[in-house]
Design a protein around this ligand. Structure first.
Ligand SMILES: Cc1cc2nc3c(=O)[nH]c(=O)nc-3n(C[C@H](O)[C@H](O)[C@H](O)COP(=O)(O)O)c2cc1C
Length: 176
């Protein structure tokens, strides 16, 4: 396999959820590159129905209190990923709103880039969304899709990936 291609696939293999972080800041240059990947992400009908709130550790006294895992509180950066359902594309046939899909795609792009930078990330969905909105001053109609903890991993990443369902169980060819 071509070396560049190999590097690309290895990136997916390398990513792990990281829940313990070093007390070391994420530089502005790195953070800017990551935020550009969010801005570059695809979205249904290019609606970009998203907002992202970057919250540094020094500004997180209240937000940290809402986090259930101690390790997340030490993350130098937490990004609140927010969906704006009013801005999103809606599928005509069944009225499905694509806001959360689009936000998740943008976050995934950012996580890929963060992994390439050597950073660790973790999605945090287990949260009190109303409380988070209150603390961060988020308008009522906006939804918190998740918080993303971001920082330098405190320990070596687990060698093995967490178990996944066998491919044969989830991939269907031609028909379910
Ligand atoms: C949408 C989403 C929400 C998640 N929420 C949490 C969470 O609240 N707390 C947590 O510790 N991990 C959370 N995770 C991390 C998952 O537990 C993790 O991705 C999964 O166990 C697979 O492990 P890996 O990411 O290391 O491959 C979340 C992941 C996703 C994609």
């Amino acid at each position: 396999m071509d070396e560049k291609l190999k590097t690309f696939y290895e990136l997916y293999d390398r990513r792990r959820s990281v829940r313990e972080f070093l007390d070391k800041p994420v530089g502005l240059d790195v953070l800017s590159r990551l935020l550009m990947t969010i801005n570059r992400a695809q979205s249904a009908a290019n609606r970009q129905p998203w907002h992202f709130i970057v919250v540094e550790k020094k500004d997180r006294e209240e937000l940290n209190q809402t986090l259930t895992k101690e390790g997340f509180r030490n993350a130098p950066v937490i990004i609140a990923a927010c969906a704006d359902p009013k801005e999103a594309w809606i599928r005509k046939t069944d009225k499905v709103n694509y806001a959360w899909v689009d936000v998740t795609i943008a976050v995934t792009e950012m996580i890929g880039a963060a992994t390439a930078e050597g950073l660790g990330t973790c999605w945090i969905a287990s949260l009190d969304a109303e409380r988070v909105k209150e603390i961060l001053g988020v308008p009522a109609h906006i939804e918190i899709v998740g918080l993303i903890a971001l920082g330098w991993p405190a320990a070596e990443l687990a060698k093995e990936n967490k178990a996944r369902k066998p491919l044969g169980e989830i991939i269907h060819y031609g028909k379910w």
